[in-house]
Design a protein around this ligand. Structure first.
Ligand code: GFB
Length: 315
C-alpha cells in the first residue's frame, strides 16, 4: 500500500453530496479521522474561506468530492454554474492543499470528460482526442481542468495529487428532482409517482437507445478509497463497472424494481446526450479492485432508501 490512511486526518470536501456522503460512510472502516467543513461557514467557491478552513483543520489527505452536478437537462441549461462553480471549487481546494502541505489528494471527475465519439470501452488515453458532447461540455471542461491542475501541481510542486473518473453514479443520497437529477433518480421519482397514482404511462426522455454505464455509489466510494491508498501517478484512473445498458432496458428494469405495471413512452424532443459511454476499467482491475453490486441490487437498495428516507423526510 502506497498511502495507508491509519492515523491520518482526511477531509472529505462535499460530504453532504451523493459521493461525499458515501466516502464518509466508507472511511468509517479505516482507522482515520474524518474531517468535514460546515457548509454555512465554508463556501468552497471562495478562495479565502477554503484556505482558512484548510489552515485550521490541517488535513493530511483530501477527497475532492465537492462539485456542482446534475443530469443532462441541468448541465444543458445552467452552463455558467457548471463551469464557474466547478472551476472555483477545484482550484481553491487544490491550491489551499498545496499551501497547507497536504500529503495526498484525490480529485473526482466524470466519464463525460471524454470525447463524444470516443472509442468504447473508453481508455484513459482517450482524453482530449476529440470534441466533447455539447450537453455537458461545460462540466467536462471544468473536470478536465481539475485533472490538469493535479498534473501541474505534481509536475511543478511535486504534490501527490491524483484523479479518478467515476462513471454515472447512483444510490442513496442522490438528487431525486425530476428536472435536475440524473436518469436513475429522476426516473425513480417519476415511476414511483406513476405507480402511486395508478397512471398508465411514464415519460422517458430521449430515444431510449443510448447506452450508459452505472456504478452504485457505495462501490464508487470503496473504489475511491482503494485508489487513494494504492495509486500515485499523473494519469487519471477510470472508475466504473465496464458494463453498459440501454436507457430503455434500464427503465424497464426500474419498472420491475418499483412494481409499476404501466407502459413507457419515449419523448424524443428531449436530448439523448452521448450515444455510448462505457469505461475501460483495466487499469483499476490491475490495481486489484472491481465493483461488487449488480445494477438490480443497487436499484433495489436505492429504491428502499428513496421510500424510507427521501419520501419519509418530505412528509
Ligand atoms: O443521467 P443523465 O441525465 O446524464 O441522462 P448523461 C442519461 C440518459 O438518460 C440520457 C435519458 O439519454 C437522457 O435523455 N433519460 C431518460 C433521462 N429519462 C430521463 C429522465 O427522466 N431524466 C434524465 N436526467 N435523463 C451526464 C452529464 O450525462 O452524465 C453530467 O450531463 C455527468 O455532466 C453525468 O457527466 C455522469 O449520462 O447524459
Amino acid at each position: 500500500m502506497l498511502y495507508p490512511l491509519a492515523g491520518k486526518r482526511v477531509w472529505v470536501a462535499g460530504h453532504r453530496g451523493l459521493v461525499g456522503s458515501a466516502v464518509v460512510r466508507r472511511l468509517q472502516y479505516e482507522d482515520c479521522e474524518i474531517l468535514t467543513a460546515p457548509r454555512q461557514h465554508v463556501d468552497l467557491r471562495q478562495p479565502a474561506q477554503v484556505s482558512q478552513w484548510m489552515r485550521d483543520a490541517r488535513p493530511q489527505a483530501v477527497v475532492v468530492a465537492a462539485a456542482r452536478v446534475g443530469g443532462i437537462h441541468a448541465n444543458d441549461t445552467r452552463p455558467a454554474e457548471f463551469l464557474y462553480d466547478n472551476l472555483m471549487i477545484e482550484a481553491n481546494i487544490i491550491e489551499a492543499a498545496r499551501q497547507s502541505r497536504v500529503e495526498k489528494l484525490i480529485f473526482l471527475g466524470s466519464s463525460c470528460i471524454y470525447p463524444r465519439l470516443a472509442p468504447q470501452p473508453i481508455p484513459e488515453s482517450a482524453l482530449l482526442t476529440g470534441p466533447l458532447e455539447p450537453t455537458n461540455e461545460w462540466y467536462a471542461i471544468a473536470k478536465i481542468a481539475g485533472i490538469k491542475l493535479c498534473q501541474a501541481y505534481r509536475k511543478q510542486y511535486d504534490c501527490d495529487y491524483i484523479s479518478a473518473m467515476p462513471t454515472n453514479l447512483y444510490g442513496p443520497g442522490d438528487n431525486f428532482d425530476v428536472m435536475q437529477g440524473h436518469v436513475i433518480p429522476a426516473l425513480m421519482s417519476k415511476i414511483h409517482r406513476a405507480k402511486e397514482s395508478a397512471a398508465e404511462t411514464v415519460d422517458v426522455w430521449g430515444s431510449g437507445r443510448v447506452l450508459r454505464e452505472f456504478l452504485y455509489v457505495d462501490d464508487a466510494a470503496d473504489g475511491i478509497v482503494h485508489i487513494l491508498k494504492h495509486y500515485s501517478g499523473a494519469e487519471h484512473v477510470n472508475l466504473g463497472t465496464g458494463d453498459e445498458i440501454t436507457i430503455r432496458d434500464l427503465a424497464e428494469l426500474m419498472t420491475q424494481v418499483i412494481g409499476f405495471k404501466g407502459r413507457l413512452t419515449f419523448d424524443t424532443s428531449k436530448p439523448d446526450g452521448t450515444p455510448r459511454k462505457v469505461m475501460d476499467v483495466e487499469r483499476l482491475r490491475a490495481m486489484g479492485w472491481q465493483a461488487g453490486t449488480s445494477l438490480q441490487t443497487g436499484l433495489e437498495q436505492t429504491y428502499r432508501w428513496y421510500v424510507n428516507h427521501h419520501l419519509a423526510e418530505q412528509r
